[in-house]
Design a protein around this ligand. Structure first.
Ligand code: OXD
Ligand code: MN
Length: 595
């Protein structure tokens, strides 16, 4: 095939991949609207994309029922030694893994087009941005990458003849024999799926899945796993964090970066509209933050993404009106239900349930059906620029200065609504020991408690012990300019199993206390776990919540916390010598405080 690309590394790589995967055609993407429209046109013709009557330029896709979420069990950090990948990652020796995958890649694009997608994570040309090139045989991936990243021929211009990029190779792993009819969502069986990262050479190889983070390689693979390893080498941070700007009635701005595990409400918080008068919230990002120390010694964050790949079920005008308004046009929906009037629907959406719909598997659905109409990990892919509360500075090349870090997760019990770390190292201890009940964002059991340090367990591209050390070191470099660290839990339940806290826009009440702490204007009391507000310090004006509920939300039961210690010790022990001394010390002090 006669393809001319100026960049030497890219041109060689395209040839190499084409020889290996043997596609029928090669298409170099330019990111234009025409290209998007053409791809959608082809997807419509083949019946893979379903047009939505009620939302202009929006389409529904249904994945194969076996390919509905990230596959953490099939995700690898392939470093030269197992120890470099650490205890939280799956590891296969790079030579062995490449051999396995080269065999799979051989001829895997037969009968298909190979798309070369040049993209920038971060505004094109920003000093913090990184260039990636994804090669994929999935047109669904191309249209999603158009929304989630900045796909453009300008990226190729920027690369010039010798610029460097992160190669991201993706195949759905379903070659077509001559005359063979394609399926609607071709993919490989689970045992042939591999989501592989080679952080020592900034390389990503993904095979067998077409879904979300397995296939849109700019997101979890590049912007978190590979970027976290680069960030450690280069002295910056790549985190699984939303970024928002909160402005108080006096006009003082606070920038908050918050890490919660997948499907724990990052998108909702990022777009939250405060229920307290005079406060304003603007969204900068809902999933990933790249942060560097700026010339003034503060930590500056950018959102490397260009869109939102959010969980649809549970999203409504009640829980996230700004997301609902973002979804009016130009959206790709995956695994949602289709209503009879040609709209999408999912569990938890406003209004009545439809009397009839087509479920995510393409079957008739009625409220009597025993299965859900939309898959629990059904998603929307929407341009960030469409969010009504997108911050005007969301694409600022140098980013925004972070004042506050928040960690959290889904905990039915034990953990109070909010508390503050005593200092940076204690904050790192809170991040390192964060635990959450698992969700449908990953294939596997839902609702089990797991330690998910910094919400990065599935996304850290190197030994998590070294990642903790990197956090400790960043704190030393930031000194008194370091963001203050807090921990929240919106998900505590009463003994009857009811949520104690209303959440969503009322989370602004908690953020207000946090901001006032940063400004030295609110009190806190010392407890064994950290600094807690007095119940009266949280602004409950206009909120109907019983004093008993507030008490339960803030309750610290030392016995329950003592019961956590063996699990924290076990968790820490997995890092062996790589666990920073500072965290050992934090655990010791915690135990002493609990005595
Ligand atoms: C996501 C995830 O898709 O964390 O953002 O799973
Ligand atoms: Mn995420």
């Amino acid at each position: 095939m006669n393809i001319t690309v100026k960049n030497v590394k890219l041109s060689n790589w395209i040839k190499e991949v084409a020889d290996l995967c043997q596609p029928d055609n090669i298409h170099i993407c330019n990111g234009s609207r025409e290209e998007y429209d053409q791809m959608i046109e082809t997807l419509l013709k083949s019946g893979i994309a379903i047009p939505l009557k009620t939302r202009p330029n929006s389409f529904l896709f249904r994945s194969d029922p076996s390919d509905v979420a990230r596959v953490e069990d099939r995700t690898y950090i392939s470093t030269s030694s197992k120890d470099e990948a650490g205890p939280t990652n799956n590891w296969i020796d790079p030579v062995e893994l490449k051999k396995i995958m080269l065999d799979l890649y051989k001829g895997c694009m037969k009968g298909r087009t190979m798309y070369v997608i040049p993209f920038s994570m971060g505004p094109i040309g920003s000093p913090i941005a990184k260039i990636g090139i994804e090669i994929s045989d999935s047109p669904y991936v191309v249209v999603n990458m158009h929304i989630m990243t900045r796909v453009s021929s300008r990226v190729l211009e920027l690369l010039g003849t010798d610029g460097d990029f992160i190669p991201c190779l993706h195949s759905i792993g379903a070659p077509l024999a001559p005359g063979q009819k394609d399926s609607k969502w071709p993919c490989a069986p689970i045992e042939k799926k591999y989501i592989s990262h080679f952080p020592e050479e900034n390389l990503i190889w993904s095979y067998g899945s077409g879904y979300g983070g397995n296939a849109l390689l700019g997101k979890k693979c590049l912007a978190l796993r590979i970027a976290s390893a680069m960030a450690r080498r280069e002295g910056w941070m790549a985190e699984h964090m939303l970024i928002l700007r909160l402005t108080n009635p006096a006009g003082r701005q606070f920038h908050i970066a918050a890490a919660f595990p997948s499907a724990c409400g990052k998108t909702n918080l990022a777009m939250m509209q405060p229920s307290i008068p005079g406060w304003k919230c603007e969204c900068i990002g809902d999933d990933i933050a790249w942060m560097k120390i700026g010339p003034d010694g503060r930590l500056y964050a950018i959102n490397p993404e260009n869109g939102f790949f959010g969980v649809a079920p549970g999203t409504s005008y009640n829980t996230n009106p700004m997301a609902m308004d973002t979804l009016k046009e130009n959206v790709i929906f995956t695994n949602c239900a289709l209503t009879d009037d040609g709209d999408v629907w999912w569990e938890g959406m406003d209004g009545d349930e439809p009397k009839h719909a087509i479920d995510w598997k393409g079957r008739d659905w009625t409220p009597e059906s025993t299965e859900e109409a939309a898959h629990a990990n059904a998603r929307f892919t929407a341009p960030a620029s469409q969010c009504p509360v997108i911050c005007k500075d969301w694409e600022k090349q140098e980013g925004v200065p972070i004042d506050i870090f928040i960690f959290g997760g889904r905990r039915t019990n034990v953990v109070p609504l909010v508390y503050e770390a005593y200092n940076w190292d204690h904050g790192v201890f809170l991040g390192a020991t964060a635990a959450s009940e698992t969700t449908a964002a990953n294939i596997g059991a839902v609702g089990n408690l797991r330690r998910d340090p910094f919400a990065m367990k599935p996304f850290c591209g190197y030994n998590m012990g070294d990642y903790f050390r990197h956090w400790i070191e960043m704190g030393k470099r930031l000194g008194n300019k370091a963001p203050k660290i807090f921990y929240v839990n919106w998900f505590r339940k009463s003994s009857e199993g009811k949520f104690l806290w209303p959440g969503f826009s009322d989370n602004s009440r908690v953020l207000k206390w946090i901001c006032e702490r940063v400004d030295g204007k609110a009190n806190a009391k010392k407890t064994s776990i950290g600094l807690l507000p007095d119940e009266k310090n949280i602004d409950l004006n206009g909120l109907n919540i019983s004093p008993e509920n507030m008490k339960e939300l803030m309750n610290i039961n030392p016995d329950e916390w003592k019961a956590e210690i063996p699990d924290i010790e076990k968790h820490f022990a997995t890092f062996g010598k790589r666990l920073p001394e500072e965290l050992r010390e934090q655990l010791k002090e915690f135990k002493e405080r609990l005595r």
